[in-house]
Design a protein around this ligand. Structure first.
Ligand SMILES: [Zn+2]
Length: 321
């Protein structure tokens, strides 16, 4: 069966209408899933993670749907504009993300101002909408934006001072022996690694664990008895308070002794929450040690009562304890 040109255009129009209708249906289902926080019991640290990993949307498509979802949740009168195509998914998402960024710099819009903004953006292209945002918030150019450009790549844009640029270039020069044509991305990668080594509790626990193994093997060497008790070079980075806390102090304090922290397994695998269908969360975000038997109920600060939990699952304890 060969369709005429007019029939092909008609078919496309019909299917696009159906596609918009089903997009809106998906958005409304997403609202409910998000409100019930079903992602947590399914082993995801955030709704975004569930939309990408469980439903299989790429990062950009997921963010468009989630942002559009938030917009029509607050202003349901635009649902039909989304369905008619007068308000595209991308523009709805852009407006939502603009309002979010504005709120972050303490510029809050009343509901009426939000409605007025969406109405102004109806029927506009993303570029025109971006110009509208720039008119309303001239300093926007200085702010950071992020757009997913593929599964694991983002385009991040922000302006920096000349002074910071000089510092970054100076660092690149200093690292010239490592990589003579270092990009800003690889420089940031190095800086991020340095920062994480210094501030990430999971990495610090890992280093402490390695330090303990070194100390243990040093001590067993001593026991074998080469007579030298003074070989303490490896012990210099020992966690300072680990052995100076008394049992009584441990029993009445939330302080977790470092020697117990060492024994908790799987810290590098991230959050240990496991959903009913066996999905392990694994998120590293705000990773913290959680008492399995709550501390307030008499749970001990011992390795067997501790597990790594991401911020989202730790906060949402009632659903998994
Ligand atoms: Zn988690």
């Amino acid at each position: 069966m060969k369709l005429s040109n007019d029939e092909l255009v008609f078919e496309a129009e019909k299917e696009i209408k159906l596609e918009r209708e089903s997009t809106l249906k998906i958005i409304k289902i997403f609202q409910e899933i998000s409100a019930r926080r079903i992602y947590l019991e399914r082993g995801y640290p955030s709704f975004y993670e569930m939309v990408t990993k469980h439903f299989g949307y790429c990062a950009g498509s997921a963010m468009r749907r989630i942002n559009a979802m938030k917009l029509v949740k607050e202003m349901p009168q635009f649902e039909e504009k989304l369905e008619s195509g007068e308000l595209s998914l991308s523009v709805a998402a852009d407006v939502q993300s603009f309002l979010y960024q504005e709120a972050r710099i303490e510029r809050h819009y009343s509901v009426n101002a939000k409605i007025e903004l969406v109405e102004t953006c109806l029927g506009k292209s993303r570029r025109e909408v971006e110009e509208e945002f720039a008119r309303r918030s001239p300093e926007r150019e200085k702010r950071e934006t992020q757009h997913a450009i593929s599964g694991d790549r983002l385009r991040v844009s922000f302006s920096i001072s000349k002074e910071l640029n000089d510092k970054l270039n100076h660092l690149k020069d200093l690292l010239g022996h490592v990589d003579p044509s270092m990009t800003t991305e690889s420089l940031l990668e190095r800086l991020a690694e340095l920062g994480l080594d210094k501030y990430d509790p999971a990495r610090r626990a890992e280093r402490a664990k390695v330090g303990k193994l070194k100390r243990d093997s040093a001590m067993s060497c001593d026991r074998v008895g080469n007579g030298k008790a003074g070989n303490t070079a490896d012990m210099s980075d020992a966690p300072p308070r680990a052995h100076s806390i008394s049992a009584a102090e441990v029993s009445r304090s939330r302080y977790i002794p470092a020697n117990e922290t060492h024994e908790v397994p799987d810290d590098r695998q991230g959050c240990t929450f496991i959903s009913r269908d066996g999905r392990r969360c694994g998120s590293q975000k705000l990773l913290q040690l959680d008492h399995i038997e709550p501390f307030g109920h008499g749970g001990a600060n011992t390795a067997s009562n501790l597990r790594w939990m991401c911020g989202a699952h730790n906060r949402h304890r009632p659903m998994h304890s």
